[in-house]
Design a protein around this ligand. Structure first.
Ligand code: PLP
Length: 497
């Protein structure tokens, strides 16, 4: 199966090429040229298999140019060896009669991005080999926290790759900083920069578009790449866990084969919920896709009105990974529901960059509201939801998951829909311990990060994730700071150029 650009469907490449390139040259995103299908009997055949086997089966349908051997290696390196703890890779926690929480945060950095970023480096190195590329990949990341750490953990010690991460001096939490400066691995580099996230991001973008720099790296046998969330190699592993969740509901006797389920996802860049849409398209019996936003509610309005308008105030919230005004992966959905109309998509995206907004035609608008329900909640509702979920179910959720649970409850009270629902849980509550403890009515005054972990453990009766607890005793390897203008020099030093 080939991959085509959302802005030019005559441009067609293999999955290895799509993963290696990340973004198409015309600025479009790569999408499968046709959607593979998954029949009911295929789903049933996966029910008694573990996550690794399920993943191999589903990925094989999309990455048709990868051999079984290659896929096996990618999947076992990512999800084997207890990298996601000793239990299931993505366990399903039954919350109530109708709702189950899909815990996507048992990976090394305690957030759902691990599911994709643990496997992407292996896809990428296989893709390099398959396309005859012998150079070493240098991954460059500017991060406001979560992505940088998840990328470092994914790429550390993966042969044929190096990774350099820059984070803003002011702008990441103490624990996020500690996670990065203590990073292990032979091929990693971390530095803070004097400035904010935008400065870090601009610095990285400048290097990506600097032809002289790229040439010099190239001559030294390196090529630059990014671990950005629009890479197909980050999206496809997310489809797997929706298939897997359906299998687990079957296995637990919650549903019978063919029963429809709803899926509710706390959404930012629209990657996670798009993966659920693709699972539905393949044949997983999914009815409604519930798209949950925080106070940055551009998607809620979009789903309800058909107008996408990013010209609005940006809010910093207690669910920071969803603080986003441009949801890049939405472009893939638009392409699909327009029936693959690349000209139309190009126009809409041009409108978005020129005017900050666009409006769907009536047919597409109707399709969006048939597929999706959009809802949002503010920080106060998020905190109240954490408290309420704890009180009602004795279950502690993080600030992002709380947005999803809140919007799910709004959906149910509005529609009365009793369909079994899978709610995606995207981060461990320990990752946002201060907000979670405050929401639960505990005082956080004067507590350092590790005391917060202990306090949350006491309150929630959940074990502290090992990777967070171990930070206390880890050596700090990367305490350097640089100016935005010196980032390239820092990279060259790291690469010994
Ligand atoms: C990235 C992230 C999200 C948003 O996911 P998208 O795929 O960008 O919609 C939600 N929650 C957490 C904890 C995240 O890190």
């Amino acid at each position: 199966m080939n991959y085509i650009s959302t802005r030019n469907k005559s441009l067609s490449v293999s999955s290895a090429e799509a993963i290696k390139k990340g973004l198409s040259d015309d600025g479009g995103l790569f999408v499968p040229s046709s959607m593979p299908s998954l029949s009911g009997s295929e789903i049933e055949s996966l029910v008694n298999l573990g996550y690794i086997e399920r993943a191999k089966y589903v990925l094989k349908k999309f990455l048709t140019d990868f051999t079984d051997e290659e896929l096996k290696k990618c999947v076992s390196s990512a999800y084997g060896n207890n990298k996601f703890g000793e239990g299931d890779v993505v366990p399903l926690h039954k919350l109530s009669d109708n709702a189950s929480v899909l815990e996507l945060w048992h990976g090394p950095t305690c957030a759902f991005k691990d599911v994709a970023l643990q496997i992407l480096p292996h896809f990428l190195t296989a893709a390099m080999r398959k396309t005859g590329e012998s150079k070493e990949i240098v991954i460059l990341v500017a991060t406001s926290g979560d992505t940088g750490k998840a990328a470092l953990e994914g790429f550390k010690d993966v042969e044929g790759t190096r990774i350099a991460v820059f984070y803003p001096n002011d702008g990441v939490s103490d624990i996020q900083k500690l996670q990065m400066v203590t990073q292990s691995g032979k091929n990693v580099f971390v530095s803070s920069i004097n400035g904010n996230f935008d400065d870090a991001q601009t610095g990285v973008k400048t290097i990506f578009t600097d032809d002289n720099a790229k040439k010099e790296l190239f001559e030294n046998n390196f090529i630059l790449s990014s671990a950005n969330s629009i890479n197909w190699g980050r999206l496809v592993p997310q489809i797997v866990y929706y298939v897997s969740a359906y299998c687990d509901l079957l296995k637990n006797g919650e549903i019978s084969m063919g029963d429809k389920i709803n899926v509710c996802v706390p959404t930012g860049n629209f990657g996670n919920i798009l993966a659920a849409y693709y699972a539905k398209k393949m044949g997983v019996p999914i009815a409604k896709l519930i798209c949950a936003s925080n106070r940055n509610d551009v998607l809620t309005d979009f789903i309800r009105t058909g107008e996408y308008n990013k010209n609005r105030k940006f809010y910093t919230t207690i669910s920071p990974s969803m603080d986003i005004l441009i949801s890049s992966n939405l472009e893939r959905l638009l392409f699909d529901i327009s029936g693959g109309d690349d000209e139309l998509i190009k126009n809409l995206m041009n409108k978005l960059s020129a005017d900050g907004k666009y409006t769907l035609n009536d047919v597409m608008k109707a399709r969006v509201s048939e597929l999706f329900y959009g809802g949002c909640c503010d920080d106060n509702e998020t905190k109240a939801q954490i408290a309420d979920t704890f009180k009602k179910y004795g279950y502690t959720i993080d600030t992002h998951t709380a947005v999803a649970v809140n919007v799910y409850e709004k959906y149910v009270s509005e529609t009365g829909d009793k369909t079994k629902t899978v709610i995606a849980s995207t981060a461990s509550p320990f990752k946002f311990g201060d907000s979670v403890l405050t929401a639960l009515g505990e005082s956080i005054d004067g507590k350092d990060d590790f005391e917060l972990l202990d306090a949350l453990c006491g309150k929630s009766k959940m074990p502290i994730p090992k990777s967070l607890e171990e930070l206390k005793n880890k050596e700090q390897r990367f305490n350097g700071t640089c100016e935005k203008s010196d980032m390239l020099d820092e990279i060259k030093k790291f690469l010994n150029i």
